[in-house]
Design a protein around this ligand. Structure first.
Ligand SMILES: NC(=O)c1ccc[n+]([C@@H]2O[C@H](COP(=O)([O-])OP(=O)(O)OC[C@H]3O[C@@H](n4cnc5c(N)ncnc54)[C@H](OP(=O)(O)O)[C@@H]3O)[C@@H](O)[C@H]2O)c1
Length: 338
């Protein structure tokens, strides 16, 4: 399976490492032999129809920040994702560029172009989906390609496909979840240590859990993206991020947390879809399965007749998210093989 990888950061590199380290198992267990025929980053692209030397690409990126070190005339500075989609003969495009919630770019253009060229698409970037998910699903149907985005919600935890495939025969009445690890880390530390939000945020930035600009996480926008994607995929809604009422955790004080704690509750940033989609801090009983601590994510599906089912796992991480890309590739391969 020939793969074009757009975005060679934490997720892109982890995916390349997994393809390299797991190649025998993937071939033996799933008949999957991914060949990376192109890699694009913000500076340029390396294309090689016979397959890129993954070890060399990883070393070049680590040592010089670019793919120039691949040599052999494979790399062209300034060649972008759209050029690479046009110029590469690939079956699957993996989109792993940074999330942008204003216009969804550059990911949205990459996804659209790939679909129009009839390439299957795997997207870990939430931007295109938060803005234009219904239109992209339609475009995928129209072009008869597979569009997968398991890594956008829950990192390596199979939230979307669990709800879509394992709950056949049950009705999902509502979804509620802790979907952002950074906010949960901050609230957990404020609860367990009485720490101040600004100090925990600084610590989270030091450990690399939080971005230099944390608005996306603590402002609730990341949670809203994931709620939109989950609700559209699982409940069949046609939401975009503009439809979600969003309140982050910035106004939560230590007093709020202490007050909740004295009643046996914890303050959590919850993305909830029942009648209307919303993101807001809520008090939940400390005994509730959603009350996970640290950077964990948890999502609860209220189902009939099976009752409430909660999934807990790491919501992010390079290797974890790359594992979801591998799952998506396996599914595309299965669809081909049918
Ligand atoms: N990291 C996680 O745990 C995680 C989990 C779930 C989902 N995601 C999502 O997956 C995506 C990738 O995440 P990441 O952590 O790998 O991000 P990252 O480390 O910042 O990597 C982003 C990559 O995209 C490249 N890029 C930026 N602009 C580009 C453009 N215009 N054309 C082509 N490439 C471009 C960057 O190039 P340079 O290398 O030249 O800067 C970099 O290689 C994001 O949308 C993120 O929200 C991440």
């Amino acid at each position: 399976m020939r793969v074009l990888l757009i975005g060679f950061g934490v997720v892109g590199q982890s995916f390349a490492e997994l393809v390299e380290s797991e190649s025998k198992k993937l071939a033996k267990d799933y008949g999957l032999r991914p060949k990376i025929v192109g890699i694009v980053d913000s500076r340029g692209a390396a294309l090689a129809q016979e397959g890129i030397d993954i070890k060399k690409a990883l070393i070049s990126k680590r040592d010089s920040g670019s793919l120039e070190g691949l040599g052999g005339g494979l790399y062209t500075a300034g060649r972008n994702g759209l050029d690479a989609i046009r110029e590469t003969d690939c079956e699957v495009v993996i989109e792993a560029t940074p999330t942008d919630l204003k216009k969804g770019e550059p990911g949205l253009s990459h996804v659209r172009a790939a679909m129009k060229e009839k390439r299957h698409v795997i997207c870990t970037n939430k931007g295109p989906l938060a803005i234009a998910m219904p239109a992209l699903i339609e475009l995928a149907h129209h072009n008869k390609i597979v569009f997968k985005f398991s890594g956008t919600v829950g990192g390596g935890t199979p939230v979307l496909d669990f709800a879509k495939k394992c709950l056949d025969g049950s009705q999902i009445r509502s979804i509620s979840g802790i979907l952002n690890g950074t906010s949960n880390y901050i609230l957990s530390k404020m609860t367990s240590d009485g720490a101040q939000m600004k100090d925990v945020l600084a610590e989270a930035q030091k450990f690399g859990y939080a971005e230099a600009d944390p608005t996306y996480d603590i402002g609730g926008f990341d949670t809203a993206c994931k709620l939109v994607i989950t609700s559209n995929y699982v409940l069949g809604t046609s939401l975009s991020i503009k439809d979600v009422g969003i309140r982050g955790i910035t106004e939560i004080t230590n007093q709020d947390i202490l007050r909740a704690k004295s009643k046996g509750y914890a303050v959590k940033l919850i993305g909830r879809m029942d009648t209307k989609p919303k993101v807001a801090p809520e008090e939940i009983p400390i005994t509730h399965p959603l009350n996970v601590s640290g950077t964990f994510n948890a999502i609860a599906f209220d189902t009939y007749p099976a009752g409430e089912i909660t999934l807990v796992g790491k919501g992010a991480g390079g290797k974890e998210t790359a594992s979801s890309v591998i799952r998506d590739l396996i599914e595309i391969r299965r669809t081909f093989a049918r």
